[in-house]
Design a protein around this ligand. Structure first.
Ligand SMILES: [Zn+2]
Ligand SMILES: [Zn+2]
Length: 287
């Protein structure tokens, strides 16, 4: 039985390809009953998405995905049920977005060195009004024929050690958790299986996150393999975290998993929405 709750996805406000209204309509068409929009470092799509959700009878949860540097690694922290008017959150995200431009310039300079010119302008054409991200560079590089799809372009050009990689310091884990929880939201470690942390660093991160006030991790996500569902369900239990679930949908053909196709959370998980009146009455069959 697929999960009808999706607490992680992206619109054109960050690096998704569907505008907020289209994204919500698509989710509704896929049978999603509760949806969180979690654009990278930007809350600009929340009002529009909330309106669209209301008209389609989808329960809407305002969210965000914050870029964090933790021990020289980039992590993503999702905030759910945030207050989009909370000044420290707004100011913090504003600073992160300014940093994204600096990073984009560094990435373009690196690509120029190997003869790929015009990538900054090219990436900005894809990002239009939204924040600039590596995905926009990836789309530009695919369009120019440097790789066959965005996934292989990352491996070839945009990850650590490759010419288009630029070391960038995002905000701290402490800041991200404080902005989210300070606004009344729940801080969630996004796709923890994607960071290749190993056992010791995973424990360190989970402990530190918990001490800062984090209370949840993603267990079922488009970025996890099936064995990782069980692995992170176990870790959630071990650290008394609730479990979240989200497709990390970026648009048709852009994602690991389609909306409405994710399996439900493993039975022994405490769902992050357990005490959310707007979601908890949705009956979800478990795997
Ligand atoms: Zn992410
Ligand atoms: Zn995401």
């Amino acid at each position: 039985m697929p999960s009808l709750i999706d607490l992680h996805c992206h619109s054109t406000v960050s690096d998704g390809v569907l505008p907020p209204t289209d994204l919500v309509n698509y989710a509704a068409d896929c049978g999603i009953l509760a949806l969180a929009l979690t654009d990278h470092d930007d809350l600009g799509g929340l009002d529009e998405a909330a309106r669209a959700a209301k008209s389609r009878d989808v329960r809407f949860i305002p969210g965000v995905e914050i870029s964090v540097t933790w021990r020289k690694r980039t992590l993503h922290i999702v905030g759910l049920r945030i207050d989009p008017t909370y000044p420290p959150l707004l100011e913090g995200l504003h600073r992160i977005r300014a940093g994204r431009h600096t990073r984009a310039e560094g990435m373009a300079a690196g690509l120029s060195k190997i003869g790929i010119h015009g990538s900054l302008e090219g990436a900005y054409q894809y990002s239009k009004e939204s924040i600039i991200s590596r995905t926009h560079f990836a789309r530009f590089l695919v369009e120019k024929g440097y790789a066959k799809d965005t996934r292989s372009v990352f491996k070839k050009y945009l990850v650590k050690g490759k010419p288009g990689y630029f070391e960038h310091e995002w905000t701290s884990l402490d800041n991200a958790v404080r902005w989210i929880t300070g606004s009344g939201g729940v801080a969630v470690i996004a796709h923890p299986g994607r960071y290749d942390l190993g056992r010791i660093n995973t424990s360190l991160l989970m402990n530190e996150f918990r001490n800062l006030g984090g209370t949840s991790i993603e267990v079922v996500t488009g970025s996890h393999s099936v064995p990782q569902y069980q692995q992170f369900a176990k870790i959630a239990k071990q650290f008394s975290f609730s479990a979240s679930t989200g497709s990390d949908y970026h648009g048709p053909g852009q994602s690991y998993i389609e909306m409405g196709r994710m399996p439900s959370l493993p039975l022994d998980c405490v769902p992050v929405w357990k005490n959310w009146p707007e979601v908890r009455d949705i009956v979800v069959e478990t795997v």
